[in-house]
Design a protein. Structure first.
Length: 268
């Protein structure tokens, strides 16, 4: 059983949804980023989603764009992110780690080479934001060769027929984007989430997680009653941004924010 599958199995055994936490790797610098990831994993995050900082993060709102900018200005590059994965894997051998990446970052070094290096570092899966399954043949082949899961996105506008195609190629889990637009904290989440999760489950037995806009314990509760997992990104990234003048405080602040958000994990 893969680490991702095991994480969802543990959450199901505990009668709750899995908590997926997003951070941009290298934000705001290498040492602080490592400490931030450690704080979340030690706190009990089920899956760590690491963003590869990129100059044109088109699916991301302001919080994550600024995080990528901070990481790039600090000198973060793919080799540094892979080293972060190696270090986290050594300390947390059972923790699933996935990349949230734009395809340019995968394509430029060579798709097979990228997947091989990622697998060697200890990565578990890749979510390539701008590489739909219809265009993902090379990535799918390389990922399967190197035993990496391919996580694909379903949007509110995705028709049922295309959900079936996505589900056919996906592995690890399906990521449902709760709203149209970019990442970022929202005051309210759409009431359509339960129906959307139900529709996705008609096409796959993979776990379904819901992200984009999740920023409070109430949001976590709203999602965790219907989905297999909940993804929180901007609320955690903004915690980093709020403590840039006292970077040593960032790990503790993230741990506290995660503890607050996880109170929303509803019993199933």
């Amino acid at each position: 059983m893969s680490r991702i599958a095991a994480a969802f199995a543990r959450a199901r055994a505990q009668k709750r949804a899995a908590f997926v936490a997003y951070l941009c790797a290298g934000d705001p610098d290498a040492a602080t980023s490592h400490a931030a990831c450690r704080a979340l994993l030690k706190g009990g995050v089920d899956i760590l989603e690491l963003g590869l900082p990129f100059t044109d993060p088109l699916a991301d709102g302001l919080a994550n764009q600024l995080a990528a900018q901070r990481a790039l200005e600090a000198g973060t590059n793919p080799a540094g992110v892979l080293q972060l994965v190696r270090e986290l894997r050594a300390e947390f051998p059972e923790a699933p780690i996935v990349f949230y990446a734009y395809y340019n970052m995968i394509y430029v070094p060579g798709v097979d080479n990228f997947c091989w290096q990622a697998a060697q570092a200890g990565l578990d899966g890749i979510l390539a934001l701008d590489c739909p399954p219809e265009e993902a043949g090379e990535l799918l082949a390389a990922s399967r060769k190197h035993q990496l899961d391919n996580i694909f996105i379903v949007a509110p506008t995705t028709p049922p027929g295309r959900i079936a195609r996505i589900a056919q190629e996906a592995s690890g889990f399906i990521y449902y984007v709760s709203l149209e637009g970019v990442t970022g904290e929202r005051a309210e989440l759409p009431a359509s989430i339960p129906a959307a999760v139900w529709e996705i489950r008609r096409h796959t037995k993979l776990p379904v997680v819901v992200g984009f806009g999740v920023s409070t314990a109430a949001h976590v509760r709203q999602i965790s009653t219907v989905a297999d997992g909940v993804v929180v990104g901007s609320a955690l990234v903004n915690t980093i941004a709020a403590n840039l003048k006292s970077r040593k405080k960032i790990p503790a602040a993230l741990g506290a924010k995660f503890a607050e958000l996880r109170t929303g994990l509803a019993a199933k």
